[in-house]
Design a binder for this molecule. Structure first.
Ligand code: IMP
Ligand code: MG
Length: 168
């Protein structure tokens, strides 16, 4: 396992994103965590955001056991509460082809939030297949499959406190 970002790197960057998100949403702020990959990012992010925040969780279909997207997205678990009039920030682990995020943004926009922005810890711009707007990006990375800090490969490695690349 090769380390790409240490726990310290992640802590520093997450704190910066938290400050920006709070500054852009000084009053109402509703965070939506995309399960499962974003749960650790979300947990650290919300604890770095001062003041009032509400949150909810949504689950979308993932890659299954492979490392390439099927391009098919399914809603596995919906939100518990309405978005009407809320200032919403979607919290995702990684934007790769962009397919998942575009699908999710469409679903959420249809629910009439006052504003809708997106935060992802990682982005692989060279892999983009669809145009997607992401306001808050932790790190832009090369086209490599990464694990840890919530991200998995076939459900393993989510517990690693750093982001790593699996080496053969
Ligand atoms: P997209 O729809 O191609 O943008 O895929 C996004 C989803 O694929 C993310 O939410 C992740 O769950 C998963 N994914 C993409 N790249 C990686 C990776 O390098 N490691 C772990 N999961 C990934
Ligand atoms: Mg994901």
């Amino acid at each position: 396992m090769q380390t790409l970002y240490t726990a310290d790197d992640l802590r520093t960057r997450v704190a910066e994103l938290a400050a920006r998100i709070r500054a852009d949403h000084p009053d109402d702020l509703h965070l939506i965590c995309v399960l499962k990959g974003a749960y650790i990012f979300m947990a650290d992010l919300v604890r770095a955001i001062p003041g009032d925040v509400t949150m909810d969780f949504i689950a979308l279909s993932s890659y299954g056991r492979g490392t390439t997207s099927s391009g098919e997205v399914r809603l596995l678990k919906d939100l518990d509460s309405a978005l009407d009039g809320r200032n919403v920030v979607v919290v995702e682990d990684i934007v790769d082809s962009g397919t998942t995020m575009v699908y999710l943004q469409e679903i959420l926009k249809a629910r009439n939030p006052k504003s809708l922005r997106t935060a992802c810890l990682l982005s692989k711009p060279s892999r983009r297949k669809v145009d997607v707007t992401v306001e808050y990006i932790g790190f832009e990375i090369e086209d490599r499959f990464v694990v840890g800090y919530g991200l998995d490969h076939a459900e393993r490695y989510r517990n690693l406190p750093f982001i790593g690349v699996v080496t053969e």
